[in-house]
Design a protein. Structure first.
Length: 336
């Protein structure tokens, strides 16, 4: 038993993690895992909300994302990494939450609306519309005190807080209302400079990229379109490469900005400096990743152990939930 406050966060296994994930939430998880009792969910059921016709990819993507977590620095000895679908109590709690959550509230959730537009959904499925309720169950069944997320997930967390208050008012105050922790860089622009970094938009630098893959992506990244010659004064505020320097290269960013505005540094040199900086970030991840590449069974063992730990906690919470609702029929403490 631990006296630490608990964190719950995670991702859908829809592909490799990228730098946007890293600065949005993963770096926070790594930093906070010593201070908090950390639960990291791989939300494979929620991945089906947009990939229900490709369930065969879930196993591969689940192992990939677990490998990314471990490479980024999550320590399975102190962080509980688990698979959502293997915890049936989550889905039971989501069903109870759904009984008092308005469909109109879900329809007006800005993140749901944005994602529906992004995926071209003219008619949302039941699972897609209701996944914020499922996410609320993910968080509350583990009684998380803190949820580190990216900026776009704030509406979901606000809904979770409302659901907790509603449940505790209707029945008994057995659930914990979580606080929200935003990543230091809420939204990282993609390599195309047009939108946030995204797997689906093919504008991402992945945590698993090799040095050569990183080099090619950065060299092709969008810079100041008005700057034709190296000596032309630059406008770093509209340059994608400079945006990355601001996030990942704090010691040099002021000098780079000054040199760019004065035409003292060209875009190629600026990109090479960024490549060296990002490669320095990714190199330790590559080294940690190699032990799991060499021993694939190790990742499965870690997921199995984490899922068993998470399942024990979920069962304890659901016993309290059923008692609060008066539906623990075969428990001696049950009413009636």
């Amino acid at each position: 038993m631990t006296d630490k406050k608990r964190i719950l966060t995670g991702d859908r296994p829809t592909g490799k993690l990228h730098l946007g994930h890293y600065v949005g939430s993963v770096a926070n998880r790594v930093r906070l895992q010593e201070e908090y009792d950390s639960y990291i969910i791989i939300a494979d059921v929620q991945a089906l909300t947009t990939n229900f016709d490709q369930p065969e990819n879930l196993s591969r993507d689940t192992l990939q994302i677990a490998e990314d977590y471990l490479a980024a620095g999550l320590d399975p000895r102190i962080s509980t990494i688990f698979i959502q679908s293997m915890i049936p109590e989550i889905h039971e709690l989501a069903a109870y939450f759904g009984m008092f959550t308005s469909v109109n509230v879900l329809r007006h959730n800005p993140t749901v609306k944005s994602e529906a537009q992004q995926h071209g959904f003219s008619d949302m499925t039941y699972g897609f519309l209701g996944y914020p309720v499922s996410q609320a169950a993910d968080i509350t069944i583990f009684k998380a005190n803190l949820v580190p997320v990216g900026e776009d997930q704030i509406p979901h967390l606000e809904l979770t807080r409302k659901i907790v208050r509603r449940f505790n008012d209707l029945y008994k105050p057995v659930l914990v209302e979580p606080e929200i922790l935003i990543g230091e860089v809420p939204r990282l622009v993609g390599l195309d400079g047009k939108s946030k970094m995204s797997k689906s938009l093919d504008n991402a630098i992945y945590l698993s990229d090799t040095t050569e893959e990183l080099r090619k992506k950065v060299m092709d990244a969008v810079t100041d379109p008005a700057r034709i010659h190296k000596t032309d004064p630059g406008h770093p505020e509209i340059c994608t490469v400079f945006a990355y320097h601001k996030v990942f290269n704090q010691p040099e960013v002021a000098q780079i900005e000054c040199d760019c505005r004065q035409g003292a540094i060209g875009c190629v040199a600026c990109k090479k400096t960024l490549i060296a900086c990002l490669d320095g970030l990714l190199m330790p991840m590559r080294e940690r990743r190699q032990q799991y590449v060499d021993n694939p069974g190790l990742v499965k063992d870690i997921l199995w152990d984490g899922t068993q730990r998470a399942h024990r906690v979920a069962k304890e919470t659901m016993a309290e939930v059923r008692e609060a609702m008066g539906i623990n029929y075969f428990n001696p403490r049950s009413n009636g």
